[in-house]
Design a protein around this ligand. Structure first.
Ligand SMILES: C[S@@+](CC[C@H](N)C(=O)[O-])C[C@H]1O[C@@H](n2cnc3c(N)ncnc32)[C@H](O)[C@@H]1O
Length: 235
């Protein structure tokens, strides 16, 4: 589905649009439309297919591995903050991604970014159907139609757990500029002691982040990194 200007105008009257924070842009008027990767991903829907299924079991496995190998209980660390806030980056056609992050990690709220408007709309519609049984869901999942290189809707140090899957890899094109800005934004929004779980990356994300964030687990399937705590007396 291509998102046009007429469609965007009609969304405001739809109840599901309340899951979306900020604007939904028509495909050809998105602020990031000049990013070369955007045009490629928009044109080839296969580049945003859901390949990271079974999010809940992947999260549990990553958390278990970190507990066993680094003696860090990611859930305890994340949930020692209330409200505990998560961030899902590039969920594509897998709307389960932010939902399972919320549920599996017992978070209070998850912000979810995706730059293809079609997937923002699909996800908002899916969550609207779940709202029948979960009336508070709208306050707990906030969708953002945006590029991960600009997370300015989120405050610095406000996120306790980030999940990203199959976005920072060679098959999904990303310009150097977008990659660099995305790293800066991830480091900025992550709270001290906050963690990032990354699946299906080519390793460049982890190598680059390792300069500023501690690696707790690194293997070809999943990596977990943790931002250092603020040294005492410097807060
Ligand atoms: C292969 S899909 C992965 C989808 C899902 N995470 C999974 O594992 O099934 C990659 C997703 O990242 C999104 N993406 C790539 N670059 C992005 C950017 N700069 N900002 C926001 N989303 C981006 C694409 O639109 C696509 O939906």
């Amino acid at each position: 589905m291509r998102v046009s200007e007429d469609m965007v105008d009609s969304f405001v009257s739809e109840p599901w649009s309340d899951f979306i924070e900020g604007s939904v842009y028509p495909d050809n008027a998105a602020p990031w439309r000049h990013d070369p990767a955007y045009a490629t991903i928009l044109e080839h829907s296969g580049l945003r297919d859901s390949i990271g299924s079974q999010v809940a079991s992947a999260l549990r496995q990553a958390i278990g591995l970190v507990q066993a190998m680094a003696q860090v209980n990611v859930l305890d660390v994340v949930c020692s903050h209330r409200p505990a806030i998560g961030l899902s980056l590039g969920f594509g056609s897998n709307a389960q991604e932010p939902y399972e992050l919320l549920k599996t990690c017992e978070l209070d709220c998850v912000h979810a970014y995706e730059w293809i408007g079609e997937h923002i709309i699909e996800a908002a519609r899916a969550f609207e159907t779940l709202r029948v049984n979960e009336p508070r869901l709208m306050a707990r999942i906030r969708l953002h139609h945006g590029t991960v290189s600009d997370l300015s809707a989120l405050d610095t140090s406000s996120i306790h757990l980030i999940y990203t899957a199959n976005m920072f890899n060679c098959e999904i094109p990303m310009s150097e500029d977008t990659f660099g800005r995305s790293l800066q934004e991830i480091v900025r929004v992550l709270a001290p002691r906050g963690c990032l779980i990354s699946r299906g990356s080519a390793g460049v994300l982890e190598q680059s982040l390792a300069r500023s964030i501690r690696v707790l687990l690194e293997n070809p399937l999943v990596s977990v990194l943790q931002k250092e705590p603020v040294p005492p007396g410097s807060e």
